[in-house]
Design a protein around this ligand. Sequence first.
Ligand code: NI
Length: 387
Amino acid sequence: MVNLAADVEAIAPALVEWRRDFHRHPELGYEERRTQQVVRQFLESLGIEVRTCGKTGLRGVLRGGRPGRTVALRADMDALPVAEIADHDYQSQNPGLMHACGHDGHMAILMGTARVLAARRDTLPGTVVFLFQPSEENPPGGAPLMIEEGALDGVDSIFGLHLWQPLPTGIVGLRAGASMAQADEFEVTVHGRGGHASQPNVTVDPVVVASHIVVAAQTIVSRFVNPLEPAVVSFTTIHGGRIHNIIPDTVTMTGTVRTLDLDIQRAIKQRLGEVCEATCRLFGATAEYKYDDGYPPVINDAASVELVARAAARELGADKVRTIAPVMGGEDFAYYLQRVPGAFAKLGAGDGRPYPHHNARFDIDEKVLPIGVRLMIAVALEMLEPK
Ligand code: NI
C-alpha cells in the first residue's frame, strides 16, 4: 500500500478526537453500551458488515476485492473503576470511572485501521475481521464469550496491541512464547475464636494466624519455585476486627498469583493452600481457601511475532522494534491465542507520561495513535500478502 504514512497522517486529528470522546465517556465491562453504539455507527458508515458479539462487543467484517486469507484485529473497550485526576479538557464525565489503561486508544487505533483499509478494499487481498471486545479487565473476561459467539469463525490468525506507558512512544515491544502472565485470585479466611483482647489465652487469635500465613507464603516464591521461573504471590487485602479491645473471630485476606507456566501455576495453587491449612492447624484455627484460575498466560506464536517484527520494521523502522521481557500482568487475549496463531504486541506510548497503567493520572502520548494504525495495517497486510 503506497503512502500509508500519509493516509494515516491525514486522519491523525480524527484519531485524537475519537480517543478523547471514549476517554470522556468511560464504561465498565459489559456496560459499554454508548461505546458500542459509537463504534457500530462508525463501522456501518464505512460499509463494514457489523454485528453484536459478546453482549456489548462488536464483530466487523471487511471483505477485500481479492480473495485470500482472513486476519482478525482486536481492541478492548472497557474502562476501570478509577476516579480520574486530570488537568486536561478530556477528563472523564462519568464519576468514578476512567480509561486508565489505554483501551480508549486501542479503539481509536482500530477505527482508524478500519477507515484506511475500507478506503482500499478493492485491492485488499483477503478479509479483515475487526473485534471490539468488552470487559478485558474482569475475569472471566470478554474474550471467551466473543469466541463462543463466533468471533474467530474463519479466522486464520489474530493480532492485538496494548499501548504501553513503560516504553517510549512508538517502540514496538515483542516477545515470542509466554509474554504475559496467568493472573489468578485467591481468598483465605482464617477462622479463630474471638474474645476480650486482655485475655488472648482463651482465644484463637486470627490476626496472629493470618500474619503468620502472610509471612510463610513469602517463602513460596523465594524457597519453593525455581529461581529461574517468574512467579508472584501477593496478598493485597487483609480484613478483620472492628475495635482495639476485641480479638475478632475471623480474618479474610485476598491476593493474586502470577505465573507464566502451567505446572508452576498448579504447584503454587496447591502450596499456598497447604501453607494456609498447616499454619492454621499449628495455631488451632481453621482455614477456608478459595482459588480462582484467571486468564491463561499469553503465548505468542513465534512465526506471528516474526511477522509483526518484519511489518513493524518495514513500516516504522527496524530501530523501533524491541524484544521485551514478559510482563506479569494478565490479558484475556490469551484465549484467542489458544484457538488460532497470532501475536499480542506492546506499543510504547510513554513519552512525557510518567503515570503507570491503572493510575488515576494515567494518560497516553497521543502521538502513538497514527503509529498504532500504521502498525495494525502493516501487520494485517503482511499476514494477508507476505512480501
Ligand atoms: Ni489494559
